[in-house]
Design a protein around this ligand. Structure first.
Ligand code: CMP
Length: 135
């Protein structure tokens, strides 16, 4: 059993896509173990994406992630990290497989609607960043 972090980025709530995306997650068999709607400060968004510090897109990424409501969640299941990444599709929607969330909903490589942890190590860091205490 594995747990991974999910973020529905501001463009999801802005375009009324939250329910559609959560429905895809549940239809896949993954369990939504935690769920919260929050607004990130630029500082908190920057700290979350610390591995991208210094990259050319970091300032735009911080502005995007802090411009509106995000939905943060924890998804649970066998191979949850890989399964959530497969449901999301490639970072750049232009390269995402048909039927994936990013292929169907993402705007471009930055405004790509969803985030997921990319490894067990990043899940172990990212989940407590938003959910430090057990339910
Ligand atoms: P995410 O999977 O959340 O991880 C880093 C985010 O940076 C990515 O999704 C995009 O929202 C954003 N981003 C913007 N430009 C790029 C890029 N050239 N390569 C990777 N990520 C990018």
């Amino acid at each position: 059993m594995e747990t991974t972090l999910m973020i529905l980025k501001p463009d999801a709530a802005e375009r009324n896509l939250v329910g559609s995306i959560l429905a895809r997650i549940e239809a896949s068999g993954l369990k939504i173990a935690r769920l919260e709607m929050i607004r990130l400060t630029p500082e908190r968004a920057r700290k979350f994406y610390h591995v991208h510090e210094g990259k050319p897109f970091i300032d735009d990424l911080v502005a995007y992630m802090s411009r509106g409501t995000v939905v943060v969640g924890a998804l649970e299941g066998e191979d949850a990290i890989t399964r959530w990444r497969e449901l999301m599709g490639a970072t750049n929607p232009a390269n995402a497989a048909p039927g994936t969330i990013r292929k169907d909903f993402a705007v471009d490589i930055q405004t790509n609607t969803v985030h997921g942890s990319d490894s067990p190590a990043s899940a172990a860091e990212e989940i407590p960043y938003f959910f430090p205490k057990p339910l």
